[in-house]
Design a protein around this ligand. Structure first.
Ligand code: ADP
Length: 602
C-alpha cells in the first residue's frame, strides 16, 4: 500500500521523458558559449547537469535517457569531427564511455534518492491521515514528557492546537481530575516511561479543557519504542465518553431508585432468575427469613428453601413461569412454622416474589373464627333455651287473655295486650338474631352465579302482602348476574325493599326504583325510595345490630340492615346510603360480578 501511494505520487511519464529529452538540448545550448573557453575539453560537462536534472525530475529511467541523449549529442556536435559520431582519438572514446557510465550511475543514485524521498513522503502522508482519521484523541510525548504531536480529536478535546501544545509538558495540556471533584489524577505518562508498560486510567476521570469545560474521558497509554526496543516516548489515547457516562449515571440512578423502592417496601422481595437461582432480595426478606442475602444470592431457590419442594408453592411458581401469569396464594412453610402471603409475577428477568409474613394474622383469624363459632353455638343454645319458656309465656298469656274475655276492665286488658305483643317481639328478635348469626356462615361452596333479576322477583313475591297493603309501586331496570349466595341476595333485596315500604311518608304512596351499574369488578345496586328519609346524624348508626330510629309505632327489630351489611361484606362488597329527610333514601350495595355477567336486557 505504501509503494502504491509512493508510486501514485510519482510524476506523469510524458512530462518526465519530455524533461529527459529537453534537458540534453538545453545542456547542448549551454555548451555552445562554453566552447570558447573549454574548446574540445570536457565535451560532456553540461550533459552531467542534464542527466542530474532528468533523474531528479523523473527518476532512473529519464536520467538514463538524458545520459544516452547527452552522450550522443556530445559525440555528434561537441567532439571533433563535428556532425559525426566518429571520434578522432581514444581519449574521446574513453570520455564518451565514462560519461555514459557516470551518467548512468548519477541517474541510478539520484533516482534512488528521489524514490526514497517519495516513499517517505507517502508514508508520512499515510501516518498523518491515520492520525486524522482516528476517532480517539491521541497525544504522543518524548521521554521528557514533552508533547511531540497530537491529532485533531485531541486538539478538539483539550482545546489546544498541536502547534501550541508541541514542546509543552503533557500535564499542562492533558489536565485530568476525578469526576465531580478537583482532585487531580496523575497522567500515566510517568508510569509508562518508568515501567515501559501499557497503562489504563482510573474510572470516572474528567479532562479539563483549556477553557475549563469538563469532559468525562476513557484513557489508556502505551510506550513508544525505538528500533533498538528502548522506550522513546509515550502515546496517550483517550475518548469523550460523555454520552456513555450520562447513560451510566442514569442507569445507576434508576438502579438506586429501584433498590430504594425495594428496600422501603415492608414486603419481602426475591427475584428468581430463569435458572431458578436467587438473583436479588431486599432487606425485608432478609429480616423475615433471618438469613443474610449474601448467603442466598446465587443459590438455587429449591436448594435454599427445600421445604417448598412438592408443595402448592412450587406448583404455583412453576405455573406462573410456564403460563407467564402472576399467581397469589397463602402458603404455610413447614420448616419455619410460618404462614406467608405470596405473590409471584413472571417477567423477562425471572420470577419476582413478594412475601408477607401473615402468621400472626392467621393466628388471630383462627382465634376469631373459634370465638365466632363459640358465639354462634352460644346464640343457638341461648335462643333455643329462651324460645321454649317464651313460647309458654306467649301461650299462657294468650290463654289468659281469651279466658278473661270482656270480664276484665279495659286497663287490665291493655296490660295483658302489652304482655302478648312484648312476647311476640322477643320472638321476632330471637328470629332476627338467629338470622344474623347464620349470615356469617356463607361458605365458598355456596357461592354461585346469581341472576339478580330472579332474586329481586323472589324478594317481591315474599313482600307481596306488604306491597298490597302499602299500595307500593316498584320500578326496575335490567339487572345483571353476580357471584354470590342466592338465598342471601334475595334476603338483601327483601330487607331493603321491605324497609322502603315500611318507612313511607304518610299520605304518599311508596315508590321504589331498583337499578344497577358496573364499576370495575363489581356491580353497584341501588334501591331508591320516596320515604321519610334519614337524618345525616343517624345514617352512620343504622347498620349497627338492634339500632332503630323508631319506637313501637313502626314494627321492627333493628336487625335488618345489620344483616344486610353482613351479607354484603361476606360477599366482598360494601353497603352505604344517601338520604334526605322528607324526600327519600337510596341504599347502595356492591357485589362481585359473575364472570360473564351481562344485562339481561342486552
Ligand atoms: P328495623 O326496620 O327492623 O327497625 P333495620 O335494621 O332494617 O331495622 O333498620 C334500622 C333503622 O333504619 C330503622 O329503624 C329505620 O329507622 C331506619 N331505616 C331503614 N331503612 C329505612 C328507609 N328506607 N327509610 C327511612 N329509614 C329507614
Amino acid at each position: 500500500m505504501e509503494n502504491r501511494l509512493a508510486r501514485s505520487a510519482a510524476r506523469n511519464p510524458w512530462a518526465t521523458f519530455g524533461v529527459a529529452c529537453a534537458a540534453p538540448l538545453i545542456a547542448l545550448l549551454l555548451r555552445v558559449p562554453l566552447a570558447g573557453i573549454l574548446e574540445d575539453k570536457a565535451p560532456h560537462i553540461t550533459f552531467f547537469l542534464a542527466t542530474a536534472v532528468a533523474a531528479t525530475y523523473g527518476g532512473v529511467g529519464p536520467g538514463l535517457v538524458a545520459t544516452v541523449l547527452g552522450a550522443l549529442a556530445g559525440a555528434y556536435l561537441v567532439v571533433r569531427p563535428y556532425g559525426s559520431l566518429r571520434m578522432n582519438n581514444t581519449a574521446d572514446y574513453i570520455g564518451f564511455v565514462l560519461f555514459l557510465g557516470i551518467g548512468g550511475f548519477i541517474s541510478y543514485l539520484v533516482g534512488r534518492l528521489i524514490d526514497a524521498e517519495r516513499h517517505e513522503n507517502a508514508l508520512r502522508l499515510l501516518f498523518q491521515q491515520t492520525l486524522v482519521s482516528v476517532g480517539d484523541g491521541l497525544i504522543s510525548t518524548d521521554t521528557e514528557k514533552r508533547i511531540r504531536l497530537m491529532n485533531p480529536v485531541a486538539e478538539q478535546l483539550t482545546g489546544w492546537t498541536e502547534a501550541e501544545a508541541k514542546g509543552r509538558l503533557v500535564d499542562e495540556v492533558f489536565r485530568i481530575v476525578r469526576e465531580n471533584t478537583d482532585t487531580p489524577v496523575e497522567v500515566p505518562v510517568d508510569r509508562i516511561l518508568k515501567t515501559g508498560l501499557v497503562q489504563g486510567l482510573a474510572n470516572h476521570t474528567e479532562l479539563i479543557g483549556r477553557s475549563g469545560e469538563r469532559i468525562p474521558i476513557d484513557d489508556s497509554g502505551a510506550p513508544i519504542r525505538d528500533i533498538a526496543g528502548r522506550v522513546a516516548g509515550a502515546v496517550l489515547v483517550f475518548r469523550n465518553i460523555a454520552d456513555r457516562r450520562r447513560a451510566e449515571i442514569e442507569l445507576e440512578a434508576a438502579e438506586r431508585r429501584a433498590r430504594t423502592v425495594l428496600e422501603s417496601v415492608s414486603d419481602g422481595f426475591l427475584l428468581i432468575d430463569p435458572g431458578w437461582r436467587i438473583a436479588e432480595m431486599n432487606a425485608a426478606a432478609e429480616k423475615m427469613m433471618n438469613i443474610p442475602a449474601s448467603s442466598l444470592i446465587g443459590k438455587s431457590h429449591w436448594e435454599a428453601f427445600p421445604g417448598t419442594l412438592g408443595t402448592p408453592l412450587e406448583a404455583a411458581y412453576r405455573k406462573a413461569v410456564a403460563d407467564n401469569v402472576p399467581v397469589h396464594l397463602e402458603n404455610y412453610y413447614e420448616p419455619w412454622g410460618r404462614w406467608f402471603d405470596v405473590s409471584a409475577c413472571p417477567s423477562t428477568e425471572g420470577l419476582a416474589i413478594y412475601l408477607r409474613d401473615i402468621t400472626e394474622k392467621k393466628r388471630a383469624d383462627a382465634a376469631l373464627q373459634r370465638l365466632n363459632e363459640d358465639l354462634k353455638q352460644f346464640t343457638f343454645a341461648a335462643t333455643h333455651d329462651i324460645r321454649e319458656p317464651l313460647r309458654m309465656i306467649t301461650a299462657y298469656v294468650q290463654l289468659l287473655q281469651r279466658k278473661l274475655g270482656d270480664r276484665v276492665d279495659p286497663e287490665m286488658a291493655e296490660y295483658v295486650g302489652y304482655a302478648v305483643s312484648g312476647a311476640h317481639r322477643i320472638g321476632r328478635l330471637i328470629d332476627g338474631l338467629l338470622e344474623f348469626t347464620r349470615v356469617g356462615d356463607i361458605g365458598e361452596a355456596a357461592l354461585t352465579r346469581v341472576d339478580t333479576e330472579g332474586a329481586l322477583s323472589d324478594a317481591l313475591d315474599a313482600l307481596q302482602m306488604a306491597l298490597h297493603d302499602e299500595r307500593g309501586e316498584i320500578s326496575r331496570e335490567a339487572l345483571p348476574s353476580v357471584f354470590g349466595e342466592p338465598v342471601r341476595i334475595v334476603q338483601l333485596f327483601q330487607n331493603l325493599i321491605g324497609n322502603a315500604l315500611k318507612y313511607r311518608r304518610s299520605g304518599v304512596l311508596p315508590k321504589v326504583h331498583v337499578s344497577a351499574r358496573r364499576e370495575g369488578t363489581h356491580w353497584i345496586f341501588s334501591i331508591e325510595d320516596n320515604g321519610i328519609g334519614i337524618a345525616p346524624e343517624h345514617q352512620g348508626h343504622i347498620f349497627i345490630p338492634f339500632k332503630r330510629l323508631h319506637g313501637s309505632e313502626i314494627a321492627g327489630t333493628g336487625i335488618g340492615l345489620a344483616t344486610c351489611k353482613r351479607i354484603v361484606e361476606r360477599h366482598g362488597g360494601r353497603i352505604w346510603l344517601t338520604s334526605k329527610v322528607g324526600q327519600g333514601s337510596t341504599f347502595y350495595f356492591s357485589l362481585p360480578a359473575a364472570e360473564e355477567a351481562s344485562f339481561a336486557a342486552q
